[in-house]
Design a protein around this ligand. Structure first.
Ligand code: SAM
Length: 270
């Protein structure tokens, strides 16, 4: 099943610019990419596919770990995201392919040594993507990806934590903007067990399924929530209204508090 925020919104120039600016000013996506790359067993490898590669954050980090003749194919469905990558991370060792992850096998003719997917797999039809990843990998090649805790059915909340920025945003929107929180959509989480079953059905062996905690600052969270696609609350408000609410929530929040999120990180072998 395709996740609802999947493709809509990413092919927008302004959103892509702000996403990439965030990725340059904060280590959030680079750190997650480095973690995946360290698990992909890239010693002496030549070709890696960066699935849902966006503006090339992960591709650039992959190149640091590959030998000089190594190559990366960065595949993403949003031309606006890739336009930034082509402009700012231009490197003859990166090939940009605009396509859906589900269709990757139609675009690759040489077997890949590894496939990585940072911060995106839950936006795709995982059954189709796992089958496609298996087709493009050489036997023994690794497929490594991460899943945000909320989408993996992990709870991120520390029971002792003070009110979160998201909670403050919702409260201000309800009190002052007539916001009505939508009913939670029922999507089955991509739990470790479900992911492993899907990987097995696609012909993969799971090497590791780890829960990893990542810590950031409230300022980083505020910057992330300024990217139009991630701005809250979802629904009827304009982006300008969301940004006003975000500033008020940020002013009211405890800025000394670190923000910890949990991620499911899966390493598998074809
Ligand atoms: C949060 S960004 C991550 C980008 C990149 N991996 C990084 O670490 O910066 C999510 C990306 O997934 C892409 N995406 C979402 N669904 C996709 C799909 N089904 N096929 C290909 N790309 C997809 C979006 O276009 C977007 O660029």
């Amino acid at each position: 099943m395709q996740r609802l925020d999947a493709i809509t919104g990413w092919d927008d120039e302004h959103n892509a610019e702000l996403y990439d600016r965030f990725a340059r000013e904060h280590t959030f996506y680079a750190d997650a990419s480095r973690d995946l790359v360290s698990r992909a067993d890239l010693t002496d490898k030549q070709l890696v596919i960066d699935l849902c590669g966006g503006s090339g954050v992960t591709a650039a980090i992959l190149l640091e770990s590959l030998p000089p003749h190594g190559r990366v194919i960065s595949l993403d469905s949003a031309p606006a995201m890739q336009a930034i990558g082509r402009r700012t991370r231009d490197d003859p060792r990166i090939t940009w392919i605009t396509a859906k992850a589900e269709d990757v096998a139609h675009h690759i003719s040489t077997p890949a040594d590894a496939v990585v997917c940072n911060s995106a797999i839950w936006k795709t039809d995982t059954t189709a993507v796992f089958a496609a990843a298996k087709r493009v990998l050489r036997p023994g090649g690794r497929f490594v990806f991460n899943i945000g805790g909320r989408f993996a059915g992990l709870t991120n909340r520390d029971p002792h934590a003070t009110t979160s920025l998201n909670d403050l945003i919702t409260a201000i929107a309800v009190a002052d903007y007539g916001y009505v929180p939508p009913k939670e959509r029922c999507r089955p989480p991509l739990t470790s067990a479900l992911v492993q079953a899907q990987l097995k059905a696609a012909g993969f062996t799971t090497v590791a399924s780890d829960i990893v905690a990542r810590t950031g600052t409230l300022e980083e969270k505020r910057a992330w929530l300024s990217i139009p696609l991630f701005a809250r609350p979802l629904g009827q408000l304009t982006h300008a209204q969301r940004m006003k609410i975000l500033q008020r929530a940020y002013d009211a929040a405890d800025r000394t508090r670190e923000i910890t999120t949990r991620w499911l990180v899966v390493t598998s072998r074809a």
